[in-house]
Design a protein around this ligand. Structure first.
Ligand code: ADP
Ligand code: ZN
Length: 648
């Protein structure tokens, strides 16, 4: 992601809540009684009885059935036993007027009876019962638990939302989307010129621009404008850049956020954020919503859900699907999402009317890297003799973001050395530094590894080229992509049934990678894992499923109904099991030997092919034809079937 645009959010300070609570607490102690009575001399019921019998008492007021306030009459107040009330007098003034004492009455009935008895005995005094109501206080007291809960909640919210955003604004915005908006007001204008390479992907998104610019052109004919496109590729390959360029070219607002922005600890927040996002986008339509790292919410539902902790994410995903289904195609909101884990995404996301367009954004090859260098070298002051080709050659496996990083780093290195312009050595230093930083991620390939991969892929290419039934090749690359370090792309024929020789040829081609490593370096590597998996699966199927093996005959141990569980109980005897294992390994060994033979015979061509791969990183059918000659048994009808990658 590029720059953050720090919009000034209206910061709403929540400290007033804390202040409110504190003032309420203070108020409670202040108003819990009349402050004038606070300083009354405390006494107890037996003292009071003494005063009463002595005739000292002028008046008793029982407040709220438990507190008695006593006023001593003017004649008695001079008595020495009442000295304490005089000295206790606050502010040093004479407290002539009552009340003078207070005490807790305890049992009200008993107390009342005592007063009545004294009255009967002819003692002169007044008494009354008062209820002082303090509704305001009661109300506040009943609110205190709520206020405390709110305070705790605010505290937690602020904790969780961490440093982001304005201080107290989170609580009021929790259900709002966190999307950043780029429109005419923010001067971020990205165009396709800023995106180097990625020709195929650019072409596909170009169409989205057209949809947004001239929707009538498509809707007039009854067509429906797609609602979503999914950009699939490793981090830093320019997915965000591409989406921004779409928005820039179409001149529409661009809402950008990350999948993880939806996810919060609170139930329902994600879904409400999705709703809010789509509402905002619709208000500004035509618009583009860009969701980076959509796998944060888009992971397949209902897996590993025994803890129930995924419910919130599922709700969010469901809401996203609902929104995408809900808006009409004429609302002109297109959702572009990016991920590098398309394999974990929920299949529902890819259904028609959602992200039905999938655009692959690969790591750049040599030429593309050169173009990316040219984009990022523009703002730098470089020496005139700088060879961009050389730089591109030095950076296999680098993503666009890595290259941008190299350019920036090299300028810093040159500046540190107080140079006038950035030179070759600065770039090499920057590459070293970045490779050092990236090596852990296992993305950058050493020269030796690169050579191994090139021969491995060349091996696949050569063997499959020379075998009649192996699928014809369209493209071989040693640009790492996803889990694989290189790939050969085939045009598989659409065959519904496979004959034995076809299966064997496919297996032979799949083993060509390892065979080439063996022949060239006399050592084999772990790089062939997926090849071996595939071959083993195929061989096992030949023997135990399709009955294509003469040693076992026309028998299958497969149950199409899927009702028998053969995981623990095999449908064959131990002896047959051994036979099956033996046959499987014999088939594979035979094909491996065959691949080795083919490659030994064509070693010169294999080397030529590998060298071309090392040089260009991607080679196409034409290169293969030049090196290996035309495939005599090629048929034309293959050309309209889809390509498939064989990873290795
Ligand atoms: P992603 O979204 O795929 O992780 P970004 O689009 O955020 O990657 O790319 C990060 C940065 O890398 C971009 O801002 C840009 O500077 C640089 N970059 C990546 N790919 C390209 C490219 N094809 N052309 C030019 N710059 C690129
Ligand atoms: Zn392979």
């Amino acid at each position: 992601m590029a720059k953050k645009n720090n919009q000034e959010k209206p910061t709403f300070n929540s400290y007033w809540i804390y202040g409110l609570i504190i003032s309420i607490l203070i108020g409670m102690t202040m108003f819990s009684g009349d402050s004038k009575w606070q300083n009354l001399e405390k006494t107890d019921i037996s003292n009071f009885e003494k005063f009463l019998l002595n005739g000292d008492v002028e008046e008793v007021v029982v407040i709220n059935k438990n507190l008695a306030r006593v006023t001593i009459n003017q004649n008695a107040i001079v008595k020495s036993e009442h000295n304490s009330i005089k000295s206790k007098n606050f502010l040093g003034q004479e407290n002539i007027e009552g009340p003078h004492y207070q005490f807790e009455v305890g049992n009200l009935e008993l107390f009342q009876r005592k007063l009545e008895k004294a009255e009967e005995n002819g003692i002169v005094f007044r008494y009354e019962f008062q209820t002082i109501e303090n509704r305001w206080m009661d109300m506040i007291i009943s609110f205190i638990p709520i206020i405390i809960i709110i305070a705790v909640w605010i505290f937690l919210m602020r904790r969780m939302s961490g440093s982001s955003g304005g201080a107290g604004s989170q609580i009021f915005n929790i259900g709002k989307s966190k999307a950043r908006l780029f429109d005419q007001n923010t001067n971020v204008r990205t165009s396709f010129k800023d995106v180097a390479g990625l020709e195929g992907a650019k072409e596909e998104v170009q169409e989205i621009v057209d949809f947004l610019k001239n929707p009538q052109k498509y809707t007039k004919l009854g067509g429906e404008i797609p609602k979503g496109a999914l950009l699939i590729g490793l981090p830093g390959t320019g997915k965000t850049l591409l989406a921004k360029a779409v928005a820039g070219e179409a001149k529409v607002p661009f809402f950008s956020l990350s999948g993880s922005d939806f996810v919060e600890m609170f139930v329902g927040v994600g879904a409400s954020r999705v709703r809010d996002l789509f509402k905002q986008a619709k208000d500004k339509s035509p618009a583009i919503i860009f969701i980076d790292e959509i796998d944060a919410i888009g992971r397949a539902r209902g897996k590993n859900n025994f803890t129930g902790s995924n419910d919130e994410r599922e709700n969010t995903l469901n809401q996203l699907l609902t929104e995408m289904d809900g808006f009409d195609t004429n609302t002109n909101v297109i959702v572009v999402a990016a991920t590098n884990r398309a394999d974990v995404l929920d299949k529902a996301l890819m259904r028609a009317g959602r992200f039905d367009r999938q655009i692959y954004v690969d790591l750049p090859d040599l030429n593309e890297r050169k173009e990316i260098f040219q984009v990022h070298l523009k703002p730098l002051k470089v020496t005139k003799t700088l060879d961009v080709d050389f730089l591109a050659k030095q950076t296999p496996g680098f993503s666009g973001a890595d290259i941008a990083n190299v350019c920036n780093e090299s300028a810093l290195i040159a500046a540190r050395k107080s140079r006038k312009s950035v030179g070759k050595q600065d770039f090499l230093d920057a590459v070293d530094r970045i490779v050092g930083g990236l090596e852990k991620k296992n993305k950058i390939i050493s020269q030796e590894e690169k050579k191994t991969i090139a021969f491995h892929e060349a091996g696949h290419a050569t063997v499959s080229w020379l075998l009649k039934y192996a699928a014809p090749l369209v493209k071989v690359t040693i640009v790492p992509r996803g889990q694989s370090l290189g790939a050969a792309w085939y045009l598989p024929e659409e065959r519904l049934i496979l004959r034995t020789e076809q299966m064997l040829d496919e297996m032979c081609a799949a083993l060509g990678g390892r065979a080439a490593e063996k022949i060239m370096f006399n050592k084999i590597s772990t790089g062939a894992l997926s090849d071996l998996e595939k071959v083993t699966r195929q061989a096992r199927a030949m023997v135990s499923v399709y009955g294509l093996n003469s040693a076992l005959g026309n028998i299958t141990y497969h149950d199409s109904s899927g009702q028998s569980d053969y995981t623990f109980t095999k449908p064959y005897s131990e002896k047959t099991a051994q036979k099956i294992d033996k046959e499987i390994s014999a088939i594979i060994e035979r094909q491996y030997k065959r691949a080795c033979e083919i490659l030994k015979k064509n070693k010169a061509n294999l080397i030529k092919l590998a060298e071309r791969l090392l040089e260009k990183e991607v080679i196409f059918k034409d290169d293969l034809t030049t090196i290996l000659g035309k495939r005599s048994f090629e048929t034309e009808k293959n050309s309209n079937s889809s390509t498939k990658a064989r990873k290795s």
